[in-house]
Design a protein around this ligand. Structure first.
Ligand code: ADP
Length: 219
């Protein structure tokens, strides 16, 4: 599904170069549950942004589902992203004033054809069948993250990328969200999870450790 070869990403701040990724090579197969772990500032989010086609590398090759996506334009990346990738973030990123149902339906704005599953189907799947008309401030953190996961699934992605998805949750809700991601993975979805928490990473089937922009371990 994913092939990275010698990927580099450097940020320029004023006259200073920050080398966030320094030659990352990596293959991820369909159906894997991968945790990317490393200390703060090691390049995890940068790697996820490149993997998720939110950002492009400066150098290196990125093959996504058999297609070279290393040098796509912003619009081309958005197209691949909206069809194939769902995102889940630490801050949920829900619209505050609309219902769970409307939040989940948002990705449909970018899509012409009818979805395979409705927002209602997806909310039931994540265990919120009885909360569809609640606004985010009427839901617990764990429930809000469930809404965000349902939204990530709206366009029928083959891969979900989650950046510290349990970072704002208590331990019971964290366990709950991880269980949901594992259930989705068991149904065939590829999951890439970024975390700084070794206990969360330990439940993945593969753990990639990144430090100073390089992969130092892949087990
Ligand atoms: P992590 O997710 O592991 O905390 P990041 O990928 O966010 O690490 O950051 C890697 C390095 O790149 C850090 O030194 C960080 O300060 C820098 N960095 C990240 N994003 C930017 C940006 N948009 N502009 C400049 N530097 C950045």
């Amino acid at each position: 599904m994913i092939e990275l070869r010698d990927l580099h990403r450097t940020y320029r701040i004023g006259s200073v170069d920050v080398h966030a990724l320094r030659g990352v090579s990596l293959d991820i197969a369909e159906g894997e549950f991968v945790a990317i772990i490393g200390p703060s500032g090691s390049g995890k989010s940068t790697l996820m942004h490149v993997l998720g086609l939110l950002d492009s590398p400066d150098r290196g090759r990125f093959i996504f589902q058999g297609r070279d996506v290393s040098a796509l334009t912003e619009d081309q990346r958005a197209e691949v992203r909206s069809r194939s990738i769902g995102f889940v973030f630490q801050q949920f990123n829900l619209l505050p004033r609309v219902s769970a149902r409307e939040n989940v339906a948002l990705p449909l704005i970018y899509r012409a054809e009818r979805p395979a599953q409705t927002p209602e189907d997806l909310l039931r799947q994540v265990g919120l069948g009885d909360r569809m008309d609640h606004a985010p401030n009427e839901l617990s953190g764990g429930q809000q993250q469930r809404v965000a996961i349902a939204r990530a699934l709206m366009n029928g992605p083959s891969i979900v990328m989650a950046d510290e998805p349990t970072g704002n949750l208590d331990s019971a809700s964290s366990a709950d969200i991880l269980r949901l991601l594992h259930e989705l993975n068991a149904r065939g979805l590829t999951v890439i999870l970024v975390t700084h928490d070794p206990d969360i990473a330990a439940k993945a089937s593969r753990i990639i450790t990144i430090r100073d922009g390089r992969i130092v371990e892949d087990v």
